[in-house]
Write a protein that binds this ligand. Structure first.
Ligand SMILES: NC(=O)c1ccc[n+]([C@@H]2O[C@H](COP(=O)([O-])OP(=O)(O)OC[C@H]3O[C@@H](n4cnc5c(N)ncnc54)[C@H](OP(=O)(O)O)[C@@H]3O)[C@@H](O)[C@H]2O)c1
Length: 328
């Protein structure tokens, strides 16, 4: 049995646990679930009948630092799904660092740790001979890293561009199609649960910039930080500017790009028939390849679809482990 712990039992944690108990992947069992207040340990492994909706109220809940899960050696694979601070990487950074140091494989959707300490964490994983997978950090469920690393690995990536933030894309789409001013489109996005109460990281382009940093470091061998990205958000985009773009068969999108070593995020004019011109909360990522040319992936960049990326990472790790044990 491979013992899996999930730190962060909120929206994604609960969805993931639900799918994992249903799919029963290669002998994986969820043995620990944690939130900010402590953790629940169940050595037999939860199944769909006894998976708790709430862990804090559970009789076996241990009010303690979730790091104890690692200190007590209770899991072989850790998934971190905690709110992320993109400036110091916490709380995920500490959980991931300690897991890797303990020889535990890690899957995460937390951007912060990878933005702040990408090289440190990937080197640590390599030196400990464990896996660190983070498909869910960019583009939700869209298989960006696995596609680039597996199917595109013989070719060369020349540049990457993307619509990487669903909230701003929703707002810009409503401004384009309904002529709404930015503040009303934002209010609508907040009412629909597509924008945080404090939407500044999205509106100011920081969330997209984090994803650009992760893409550059993971796929282009760079060693970049948030401060290396030239960032401009959408707060100055007006209805008039969008209308003027529309009259030219274009619209304005918040585009993140990695081109010739330059990392940027800014509102850009995009042709309405361009493959990157997706609407609503969709994300799109375009690779320019030396041989293949342009390849664009489009999909849902957040929500339950993100679980698809988490499951893909987990299944990949389990398959590697099985292969190394000669079980192929
Ligand atoms: N939701 C999405 O669609 C999506 C998509 C891609 C990536 N992500 C990323 O995935 C992560 C999780 O997202 P989510 O939507 O599932 O968040 P969420 O619903 O807010 O859940 C966060 C969970 O983390 C726990 N937590 C908070 N601080 C903690 C700490 N110091 N130690 C341990 N646990 C802690 C919370 O526990 P309490 O209840 O005790 O506070 C809660 O269980 C975030 O980094 C997010 O950016 C989310």
């Amino acid at each position: 049995m491979i013992r899996c712990g999930i730190i962060g039992y909120g929206f994604l944690g609960k969805k993931l646990a639900g799918y994992l108990t249903r799919y029963k992947m290669r002998g994986l069992a969820i043995t620990a679930l944690a939130n900010s207040r402590g953790y629940l340990y169940y050595p037999k492994g939860f199944d769909s009948d006894n998976l708790p909706a709430d862990i804090t109220g559970h009789t076996s809940f241990r009010a303690s630092n979730p790091l104890e899960i690692l200190e007590r050696g209770l899991v072989d694979l850790l998934v971190t799904l905690t709110p992320t601070n993109v400036y110091n990487g916490e709380p995920g950074l500490t959980y991931i660092r300690e897991a890797l140091k303990s020889g535990v494989d890690v899957v995460t959707a937390d951007k912060g740790p990878l933005v702040v300490a990408f090289r440190e964490l990937t080197s640590l994983a390599d030196s400990m001979g464990v896996f660190l997978c983070y498909e869910a950090t960019v583009g939700g469920g869209i298989p960006v890293f696995s596609l680039a690393r597996h199917s595109l690995r013989g070719d060369r990536i020349l540049s990457i561009k993307g619509i990487l933030n669903g909230t701003t894309n929703y707002i810009l789409s409503r401004m384009h199609f309904e002529g709404l001013p930015l503040d009303l489109a934002l209010q609508e996005a907040q009412m629909m649960g597509l924008a945080e109460r404090d939407p500044s990281l999205d509106l100011e382009g920081i969330d997209s910039a984090c994803k650009i940093v992760i893409l550059a470091n993971a796929l282009l061998g760079a060693d970049r930080r948030l401060e290396d990205v030239k960032v401009k958000g959408i707060t100055q985009v007006t209805s008039d500017a969008i209308l003027a773009a529309k009259e030219l068969g274009m619209t304005i999108k918040l585009v993140g790009s990695i081109e010739g070593g330059r990392l940027s995020v800014a509102p850009r004019l995009v042709r309405l028939n361009h493959p990157l011109c997706v609407h609503g909360s969709l994300n799109a990522i375009q690779f320019k390849m030396e041989i293949l040319g342009d390849l664009t992936l489009i999909g849902r960049g957040a929500g339950e679809s993100t679980v698809s990326a988490l499951l893909s990472d987990i299944e990949w790790i389990l398959a590697q482990k099985e292969a190394s044990r000669g079980g192929r």
